[in-house]
Design a protein around this ligand. Structure first.
Ligand SMILES: NC(=O)C1=CN([C@@H]2O[C@H](COP(=O)(O)OP(=O)(O)OC[C@H]3O[C@@H](n4cnc5c(N)ncnc54)[C@H](O)[C@@H]3O)[C@@H](O)[C@H]2O)[C@@H](O)CC1
Length: 489
């Protein structure tokens, strides 16, 4: 698991080591980490010219100390500084940098822009944890002057981007790489700001955050610990029966995709409730499935479901969905099923919208116009709002999928291949996550684990190339086996 912490949690961690903090030891360790990465990138490029953009805080001091180390190693190192007189740590760093042969340039002088434009590697030390969204005005022309082919390394955070995550700032720093300290912060992990942080390197400076991480990301290594593996005493009922209310006379395939995925993911049993056409398709293609309502441990409601349909069997199907919503069982609502949620549920409830569906739901619930772009600009913010409005956990699908419970830790999964953006893969995801809900996992964890395995199955189905949803569904079982075998319990 990759654990992310808020700026406050990181500051608390630093404060828990007052001796290391006050002696400047933490800063030295941070600067050493930055210098090491910068040196590697300079060598890889056969480059020699590096410049640091130095803001007024400790983030600037980190960058200055890194420049001093790089100058000592013989690189052509410069620092463009805002005002080193305001920060004691910076004055010492500036003296060391000068003594080791670096140039320290007043940020308001014309030389500053030439030094920036001529650098092959740029260290962004404008702001870090103390940064507010948007670039400080003194740094705007610095950032504009960066040569387009330069490799930009952000020190701790890409300056001007919101440290706590949120809307990406087009006028702020977009780094190729960020070297952060102690642990990742929301800006590094959440969409869309993660893209502005680039490649992420976390440097251990000898202090550890405490408390529950603000956010987390599951990795393949987590699968053996989390995936519900049956024991010798388990039967199909104990493993979890999943009820699937999906498909209709129009979207027939959704039923096939979600039930195939559920069977492939290892459901104890899958019950299907549909209308005649998808039902006959499921009967002929997924023989493991049992038909009609009955006892289940969780429900998936909505893939390919049209709540306004008047087709034969549609009313009976909808009645089952409504009964399920009124029950105390875990329910996953997807696609058409999202429109059925009218009241808050006490039982575990997971909504799995994409951006357009989330916007529509937010519009319906808040009475204001919510364009899809608003959700895309700040997916975690939108998911948080939707979770607040509904009391449900929200799994907002996208290139990065964010999972936001009404309270507590946010999860983000970002490793699925882009080929997965194709019709039907959402139906597959619903089936996989449904199985995890039926086995007793709580919605956030079920959603994150299912999302991770869904991405892995897509990669396995056709490494590096396009995938069809049915192939992903069928690959889920083998992907689980591979992930379980990679690090056995
Ligand atoms: N506390 C420590 O010992 C350590 C801190 N470290 C570094 O210290 C950084 C945090 O340092 P600081 O707390 O000094 O904060 P920053 O260096 O992030 O900068 C804060 C300064 O920039 C100004 N500022 C921020 N955003 C602005 C904006 N949009 N427009 C105008 N001015 C703006 C603030 O008013 C403040 O003066 C970390 O990110 C990390 O790089 C590391 O050296 C590790 C150890």
């Amino acid at each position: 698991m990759i654990a992310g912490y808020s700026a406050d949690q990181i500051r608390d961690a630093e404060a828990s080591e007052p001796d290391l903090l006050e002696s400047g030891e933490l800063m030295q360790r941070a600067a050493k980490g930055v210098a090491k990465v910068a040196r590697a990138r300079l060598w890889e490029r056969g480059a020699s010219r590096v410049v640091a953009l130095v803001g007024p805080g400790n983030n600037g001091a980190d960058a200055l100390w890194a420049i001093s180390r790089l100058a000592k190693k013989g690189f052509v190192a410069s620092a463009v500084v805002h005002d080193t007189s305001v920060n004691e740590g910076q004055r010492a760093a500036e003296a060391a940098a000068l003594a080791r042969g670096a140039r320290v340039i007043d940020g308001t002088s014309p030389d500053a822009l030439d030094a920036i434009a001529g650098a092959e590697v740029v260290l962004d030390g404008i702001t870090g944890l103390g940064g507010r969204p948007g670039l400080p005005p003194f740094a705007e022309h610095w950032v504009d002057a960066i040569y387009a082919g330069a490799y930009v390394i952000a020190v701790d955070t890409p300056s001007g981007q919101p440290v706590g995550g949120g809307e990406v700032r087009g006028d702020a720093v977009f780094a190729d790489e960020t070297v952060t300290f102690i642990a990742p912060k929301p800006v590094h992990l959440l969409p869309p700001t993660a893209a502005a942080a680039g490649l992420l390197t976390v440097v251990d400076i000898g202090v550890a955050p405490t408390g529950t991480p603000d956010l987390a990301s599951l990795t393949p290594d987590d699968v053996p610990d989390l995936w519900p593996v049956p024991g010798p005493g388990d039967d199909k009922y104990r493993r979890g029966v999943l009820g699937v209310v999906a498909g209709g006379e129009q979207y027939t395939g959704a039923a096939l995709l979600s039930t195939t995925a559920a069977v492939s993911a290892g459901a104890g049993m899958v019950r299907y409730v549909g209308t005649p056409t998808p039902e006959s398709l499921v009967r002929s293609s997924v023989p493991e499935v049992v038909h009609g309502p009955g006892r289940v441990q969780a429900w998936v409601i909505g893939p390919g479901l049209d709540p306004s349909s008047r087709a034969k069997g549609a009313k009976a199907q909808l009645d089952v969905a409504r009964d399920a919503l009124a029950s105390d069982l875990p329910v996953l609502l997807d696609a058409g099923g999202l429109d059925l949620l009218r009241d808050r549920r006490e039982a575990p409830t997971l909504l799995t919208p994409h951006a357009g569906e989330a916007a529509r739901m937010l519009g319906r619930l808040t009475g204001r116009e919510v364009p899809r772009e608003e959700v895309e600009r700040d997916p975690a913010g939108a998911a948080r709002e939707l979770a607040g409005e509904t009391g449900a956990t929200v799994l907002l699908k996208g290139a990065s999928t964010v999972l936001v419970p009404p309270e507590g830790q946010v999860l983000v999964q970002s490793t699925a291949p882009s080929w997965l953006a194709t019709a039907g893969t959402g139906d597959v995801l619903a089936g996989v996550v449904g199985v995890l809900l039926a086995s007793g996992l709580e919605p956030s964890l079920a959603g994150a684990l299912g999302t991770l395995v869904h991405g892995e199955a897509a990669r396995d189905a056709n490494p590096g190339g396009p995938v069809r949803a049915l192939a992903v569904a069928e690959e889920v079982g083998p992907a689980v086996a591979r992930l379980l075998a990679a690090s056995p319990r």
